[in-house]
Design a protein around this ligand. Sequence first.
Ligand code: DX5
Ligand code: ZN
Length: 216
Amino acid sequence: MPIIAPSILSADFLNLGKDIEMLNNSKAEWIHIDVMDGVFVPNISYGIPIVKAVRKATSKILDVHLMIVQPERYFETFRDAGADIITFHYEASMHLHRSVALVHELGMKVGVVLNPHTPVNVLSEILPELDLVLIMSVNPGFGGQKFIENTYQKVKTLKQMILATGKNILIEVDGGVDLSNAGKLYAAGVDVLVAGNTVFSSADPKATIVKLLSAY
Ligand code: DX5
Ligand code: ZN
């Protein structure tokens, strides 16, 4: 079965505890936390205190997506705040191999994120070291954007690369995911769907999570 990772970028920040409680009672296995620095992406979201607060409120897996420059400076801090998974951008990393090893040394799962313009084959050498790959299906920085159709092809190519490694490396897709594209994404090889707007702007978020799963 696939995994749904609701992105709390679209949550109600004045009632974040309520939204986390809703996710605790939902079929979502991961909670996706988007950290933006206003440099790597043209937006600033939230950081360490929010990860810490969410950690106290849930035992779900915290999937922390770092949209920041020099992400390696903060791996340990996010681990201490409660992250289970760290994903950081290929485009923000000078020494990807070293950074991937560092996340593992800190006891977390690691994923590399690719922006829409970055081809999946740049990961050919590092792929066997990864727990997951996150493919951006929008340009990172904002929730509620339109899904980029080229994503299906990228996922299919990546799936073949992963099969060739013989390892269990997950494919996660982030941005513009909704009930109209979830099934096609699963068919292309996606294991984890991030969904912000689709979940949190829905009248019944828990039912929407079930519907996203049922598209499998
Ligand atoms: C965008 C973030 C996404 C965002 C997705 O930069 O990485 O995780 O929250 O939001 P939706 O699902 O609304 O496109
Ligand atoms: Zn994200």
